[in-house]
Ligand binder design. Sequence first.
Ligand SMILES: Nc1ncnc2c1ncn2[C@@H]1O[C@H](COP(=O)(O)OP(=O)(O)OP(=O)(O)O)[C@@H](O)[C@H]1O
Length: 481
Amino acid sequence: MPHSLSCLAAIQQLNKIIQHTMRDINLTNKWSNENKSRQNASVTPNSTSKATPKDPLNSSTTNVTIEMKTFITPSKRGKDGFATPKSAATSQQKPGQSFSQRKAHASGTDSTTTPVRNFTTPSSSFKTPDLVRSNSVSQKRKLFNTPTAKHPDTPIPRKNANQSLHTSMVESEEECNVTVAVRVRPLNSKERGEGSTIKTDQDGVVTVETSDGSTLSYQYEHCFGPDATQMEVFRDLVHPLLTKALEGYNACLFSYGQTGSGKTFSMMGIEAVDGCKMGREAGIIPRFGFSLFEKINRGKLKVSIEVSYFEIYNEKIRDLLSDDLGPSLRHQAKPTLRVREHPQDGPYVENLTVQSVSSFDSLQGWLRLGLSRRATAASAMNDKSSRSHSIFTITLTQGPKRSKVHLVDLAGSERLVNTCATGDRLREGVRINTSLLTLGKVINALADKTKKSFVPYRDSMLTWILSVSTVHKFISLVGNF
Ligand SMILES: Nc1ncnc2c1ncn2[C@@H]1O[C@H](COP(=O)(O)OP(=O)(O)OP(=O)(O)O)[C@@H](O)[C@H]1O
């Protein structure tokens, strides 16, 4: 299948997930409110001991408010370049003002020429935006805009430089902060031969040109093109999470995408060969660790840090940092851990190794070790395809404040007909797809307003363990294409 079409399918899948996630978050907020008193009561005072490894996803929520950040779901535009609103326009939007009105205002005319549906608040009633072909007469579009918020410490992203950074952070203390970004990797030689075209621009718009000549565009909060550097991705998307984690908030970042789309490249990157600690190609996790220790050392902060790293492979949990393992047991049978259910805190991974780290070097050492143990295999779409979901967790403890950051590299979704998989690879692929499908079902069930749907958390290990992660205040989703 041409790269542009497979990307399109992946983008559409991501859009569904994003919208369901948003609804999930809204419901979770209600759920969090109901449980707020219990959560506040469950803050663990100064728990620095590593003697009892706890599930990293099962954090006691610190006494914090839930905050909201921009979430822009995809919209579409026609070939004429109309439609997708630029961020500047978005930031100037008045309540109740549609994009067409803003456009008309900007061009000095009041006539409204294009029907636009404008959703200013994410609600559980919105649906997946219909795709509008550029050659279609109708140019209906749907916009989902919420205010953008950045913490003052956050480096100002290019496109939002003029925006008031602090305003909407405090608009609603009950809202959750979700950021969605798309990263498009450079085409490989095979894809170049197919004549695929995927374009990105600095305003967060990704445009896919299909073989029939139609142009489909979507807008996200951040859109990183093939030339975007690892540093830019970290600066715009991840640094805000680090800032909030140091303030005591929980955060979670997922890297989602098709096999070979660049999830592991984004999360881990490539280590510099010249011994430089933070090479140009270093990914999100090492950059997070590096900046974390830089901030701690610069501010002389008293923070104790622990890390854990596990993978879910074929629905089994494998501890990637266990002392009992040799340096690399990728192809050997590894002991698996069990998930238990704590009566108050929910599911957790029993006996998961938690390692204390006091420097970036030490954090990176554990990261390297875990990565070397992660299950990978060659597939038709990627020479070194990750066959598991991996979850690297950093726990920060500052006095009574405790926060967790989960950095999740999901296994690649794949169309099995394209991967030519057989045997073990086929079974792995089926399991991966099933767990990603279950993730979608869980989110759907949570989004059901009637709350009558059964939430199939236990249908996959990923959703069971992550069932408590919806209480995270800051969630970022990177869709890789
Ligand atoms: N932004 C990028 N710039 C340069 N190379 C990239 C980029 N993204 C990915 N690549 C390259 O593309 C290939 C596939 O990337 P990667 O292994 O990260 O994909 P993946 O989504 O993790 O795949 P899988 O799900 O199969 O593990 C790698 O060789 C990687 O170096």
